[in-house]
Unconditional design. Structure first.
Length: 79
């Protein structure tokens, strides 16, 4: 199972990113768990200074924007 983390306070963009991540997992045909990380110290500790952030299996792949489900599906296929 893949782990997709959405880093952010829980704002509307964070929720959109989580929805896109779930859709991307379906598009990519992978079993994934989407986890929300809201602790700002943990987020900053990962080097993310602009939210939302997206992490796939421990690797930060996007910061400060909401990538499309197709982009995320591509990243799921690459990693």
């Amino acid at each position: 199972m893949r782990t997709i983390e959405v880093l952010g306070s829980g704002c509307a963009n964070c929720h959109r990113l989580a929805d896109n991540a779930r859709q991307a997992a379906t598009l990519a045909g992978v079993d994934a768990e989407v986890v929300h990380v809201t602790d700002m110290r943990e987020i900053a500790g990962r080097g993310v200074m602009s939210t939302p952030g997206l992490v796939i299996d421990g690797k930060v792949v996007s910061v400060g924007r909401v990538p499309s489900a197709n982009d995320i599906a591509k990243w799921l296929g690459e990693s």
